[in-house]
Design a protein around this ligand. Structure first.
Ligand SMILES: Cc1cc2nc3c(=O)[nH]c(=O)nc-3n(C[C@H](O)[C@H](O)[C@H](O)COP(=O)(O)OP(=O)(O)OC[C@H]3O[C@@H](n4cnc5c(N)ncnc54)[C@H](O)[C@@H]3O)c2cc1C
Length: 485
């Protein structure tokens, strides 16, 4: 029987940070659904927010986070996040990540405090974390290992049942503590910036174990992705571009954001997204950087410039067509400041968790930070309780009833996933209506899937729609119109 002290599900910034900090506490195993680096973390562009300059203050970062989150955040949790940020940056620097000397600006921040390496900061960060993990004798990584159900006994989590790629069976993996770090759920929507791995799996596991969610109605839609679908996702055009002066223009090439918010391009994401959504009803919307200093843009956005070329666009010669996309889940499984969930033995960290730091709308560059700060906090809490842990060794005699999984042909699964994506995008997207949500709930439930992967998507969508229906006034990125526009 497979067993480990600390079982981490997910290999993004949250999972690997937790793994790294636990490496001297006990035996750590990281399961990941695909290969290492197949995580949203790898695609993060902008960077990590942290107060590290003389002009900046913790209070300013806290206030900016609370303002972006429509004050639905928990101030103590936000303080924990913000005060942990400098240490988180130093931790990455110790691993070898080399941040630029000057911080960048992003929407919703009152001062430049985004620390980045290039315009693909996530890749640098994840590469360094992966290297550090691979060097640690106490950490094992199992790729192509998908967690599909928690093992619970006497109201506590004892590990997971997992399925290896290409297998139709499941096997148990027991642990003293299980740490869920499965990331977001963007793939539940037809248009998303998220990788294929981000389909809300962790939330489905939690729902099936009877856990409740908080703030699941707050799905952040990023305003500026390239309006060209690519293998199930849309390539993001970082917010930092707007920090450097990029403009968003309507089909006639005119700026319009000031009509919606005096901060214009630097307003928080929900405001910019909705403005673009409404403007797109008149025609396509574009990002325009042509009048900016070419050398500066090339220097600061080498990867985005290159990637756009591959898509056939020249940032310096033409306007780039953009679309909002589902980007980030602000809510999830509620956790305390140490990542503990209501199920003993289970922690949650990163995008799958609701640590109450984002409120109703996440401030840019606070997500990677959340994984770093809360990942460390979980490890510290586990280390502190280790003396108690040692008495409770893994019980291999508990009854194990593996779930019976049904797998339908891949084409059928993909067709169901597409149907769900369209329903969610149309009815549970940027602008919601009570009628649309009701219809979505019915349509999602009516999909006759038997495959567990689709049933997992259905349960998460169902919970999200219910949460959206329960909040009948707009707040942050949950925008509800009384009737269809
Ligand atoms: C394009 C893009 C750009 C972004 N830019 C920024 C930015 O500049 N700054 C910022 O702060 N945030 C940014 N974000 C948000 C941020 O990247 C994510 O919120 C953060 O990386 C989430 O980290 P995570 O570790 O929780 O999840 P992820 O990095 O998504 O990792 C999840 C892991 O869980 C695994 N997994 C999923 N389901 C299972 C399962 N059933 N069994 C086993 N393993 C599973 C996945 O394979 C993956 O390894 C961006 C997001 C995107 C998509």
């Amino acid at each position: 029987m497979k067993k480990t002290d600390y079982l981490i599900i997910g290999a993004g910034i949250a999972g690997l940070t937790t793994a790294y900090h636990l490496k001297d506490v006990g035996k750590v195993t990281v399961l990941t659904k695909g290969k290492l680096r197949q995580a949203n973390t790898y695609w993060a562009q902008g960077g990590i927010a942290a107060v590290l300059t003389k002009e900046d203050r913790f209070k300013k970062h806290i206030d900016d986070t609370m303002d972006a989150g429509a004050h639905h955040n928990n101030r103590d949790a936000v303080r924990h996040l913000v005060e942990g940020a400098p240490k988180a940056i130093r931790f990455l620097e110790k691993l070898g990540v080399k941040f630029k000397k000057e911080p960048a600006m992003e929407g919703g921040h009152s001062i430049a405090r985004i620390w980045r390496t290039t315009d693909f900061t996530g890749q640098d960060v994840l590469d360094h974390l992966v290297k550090a993990i691979q060097k640690s004798k106490n950490i094992t990584v199992e790729e192509d290992a998908e967690a599909i159900e928690f093992i619970t006994h006497q109201n506590s989590c004892r590990g997971v049942f997992m399925r290896k790629k290409d297998s139709t069976g499941v096997e148990p993996f027991l642990a003293k503590h299980t740490i869920l770090a499965t990331g977001g759920l963007g793939q539940l929507f037809a248009k998303t910036s998220n990788t294929k791995a981000s389909a809300g799996d962790g939330l489905a596991l939690a729902a099936n174990a009877g856990l409740e969610f908080e703030d699941l109605e707050f799905i952040q839609f990023h305003p500026t992705a390239l309006a060209v679908p690519d293998d199930g996702r849309y390539f993001l055009l970082s917010e930092t571009l707007r920090g450097f002066g990029a403009k968003i223009v309507d089909f006639q090439g005119k700026s319009f954001l000031e009509e919606y918010d005096s901060r214009a391009e630097l307003a928080p994401r929900d405001t910019v997204t909705r403005a673009i959504h409404f403007e797109m009803m008149n025609g396509p919307v574009h990002l325009d950087v042509r009048y900016l200093d070419k050398k500066e843009i090339k220097q600061n956005f080498p990867n985005i410039t290159k990637r756009l070329k591959q898509y056939g666009y020249d940032l310096f010669k033409q306007r780039i067509p953009i679309t909002p996309v589902a980007h980030f889940s602000c809510g999830g499984i509620p956790v305390d400041l140490h990542g503990a969930t209501k199920l003993p033995g289970l922690f949650a960290v990163g995008e799958v968790a609701c640590s109450h730091v984002h409120g109703a709308n996440r401030l840019a560059s606070n997500a990677l930070l959340e994984g770093l700060v809360f990942g460390r906090a979980i490890a510290e809490a586990i280390e502190k309780s280790k003396t108690i842990d040692e008495k409770t060794s893994i019980d291999e005699t508990i009854p194990l009833t593996p779930p019976k999984i049904i797998m339908e042909p891949l084409a059928q699964v993909q067709a169901y996933a597409k149907r769900i994506g369209n329903i969610m995008w149309e009815r549970v997207g940027i602008v919601r209506t009570p009628e649309g949500l009701k219809t979505a709930l019915r349509e999602i439930t009516e999909i006759p899937a038997r495959d567990y992967r689709i049933q997992h998507r259905q349960i998460v969508c169902y919970k999200m729609i219910q949460a959206a229906m329960a909040r009948d006034t707009s707040l942050g990125c949950h925008y509800i119109a009384k009737t269809a526009l």
